[in-house]
Design a protein. Structure first.
Lengths: 115, 135
């Protein structure tokens, strides 16, 4: 988990993918438990940094509200969906996300930004 | 057969769910009122704050402290975007409230180790909020 936090801080990406990978691979937790735990932890780590961004005036209400609304609706639907899926299916769905993240990090290092 | 979650998990789940719903509701209501007022040609922002923000180069729609939000809410007429900022602030503290409920639940059940861990994380978050406010 320390390495996940360190990498996310270094590379500027969300550590959720690393946390899920660490819990699934090294701690051998079921995939659903890993994703749910990661979700809860992201809220806490984000709260710590969001306070700083808020005080700096970096949170724009006109932009943050539609984004938060979309994320909340998507997350609610995703959670309902996940409860009905098997651990194996959730793991399979997680693979393309990891591939995209990996490709994104490598290309960013080469100066190319993916959408 | 669906497994019934234990009371602590249910309590945390309720705090997170209703915190999220309430915060988004406040933020959206504020946004709708903001555009409704601005659409009628009325000023949706306080003029003095607008001028000060323009002079300092900071977005006039942004609130940077609880005090700023409170001032904008009690002003006549109140600024709708302050309601949106209240919602966003509530969204920010919702996971912290969930953690506080978890810490209380662990303490009640006599789980010393997890109470200490939850209390430590909670303390770190509270310190980070104060440091952010002081910065």
């Amino acid at each position: 988990m320390f390495a996940a936090g360190l990498l996310s801080g270094l590379l500027g990406i969300g550590s959720g993918a690393f946390k899920v990978l660490a819990m699934d691979t090294f701690m051998r937790l079921p995939m659903k438990v890993s994703t749910a735990t990661s979700n809860f932890m992201i809220g806490l780590t984000a709260a710590a940094t969001a306070g700083v961004f808020f005080a700096r005036g970096d949170i724009e209400p006109l932009l943050a509200t539609p984004v938060a609304l979309g994320v909340l609706v998507g997350a609610s639907l995703g959670t309902i969906w996940m409860a009905r899926l098997r651990n194996r299916t959730v793991r399979a769905a997680f693979l393309p996300v990891l591939v995209y993240l990996s490709a994104s990090m490598i290309l960013r290092g080469l100066g190319v930004r993916l959408p | 057969v669906t497994a019934v979650p234990p009371p602590l998990e249910r309590a945390i789940s309720r705090v997170l769910f209703w915190g999220g719903v309430a915060s988004i509701a406040l933020a959206v209501i504020g946004l709708v009122l903001h555009f409704a007022i601005a659409g009628r040609g009325h000023a949706a922002l306080e003029l003095a704050r607008l001028q000060h923000r323009e002079a300092t180069g900071v977005s006039p729609f942004v609130f940077r402290s609880v005090g700023e939000i409170a001032d904008a809410l009690v002003r006549t007429p109140p600024e709708p975007l302050a309601l949106t900022a209240t919602g966003l602030l509530l969204l920010l503290v919702t996971p912290v409230a969930g953690l506080a409920v978890a810490a209380l639940g662990f303490a009640r059940s006599g789980d010393g180790d997890y109470t200490a861990i939850a209390a430590l994380v909670l303390a770190l978050l509270v310190v980070s909020f104060f440091l952010a406010g002081a910065a």
